[in-house]
Unconditional design. Structure first.
Length: 114
């Protein structure tokens, strides 16, 4: 897995924007709300992403995964190498993260993304 492939996956979702935050983190947002973050200055490239409450504990204990620093209380998971997941799993996880964040947006904003 590489950064460009993750960009392609995330940018297919309606209304997604990219932003650099904290000098070196590529953030994918919907209506200015983050759903996936890449640690661009780390080798290998790391990522943090939103997961459902039900999946948080299960995913957090996988090898290379842990609750995301500062965001664990919001059910975000950190992976120490984006290559730990296949393209297919990234497509699923990114879509789920996007949908979770999108579902918390005001209905009017959600409608504008459809």
């Amino acid at each position: 897995m590489d950064i460009e492939t993750l960009q392609e996956i995330c940018n297919k979702f309606p209304g997604v924007t990219e932003d650099i935050k904290w000098e070196n983190h590529l953030c994918f947002c919907v209506a200015e709300k983050m759903f996936l973050i890449l640690g661009m200055d780390e080798t290998p490239v790391t990522a943090s992403f939103k997961v459902s409450d039900e999946e948080f504990d299960e995913i957090s204990v996988r090898k290379g995964f842990k609750p995301a620093p500062y965001m664990a209380r919001n059910k975000w998971v950190h992976v120490d190498d984006i290559s730990r997941m296949s393209k297919k799993e990234w497509q699923q996880r990114a879509k789920e993260a996007y949908e979770i964040i999108k579902s918390k947006l005001p209905k009017k904003v959600q409608a504008s993304l459809s």
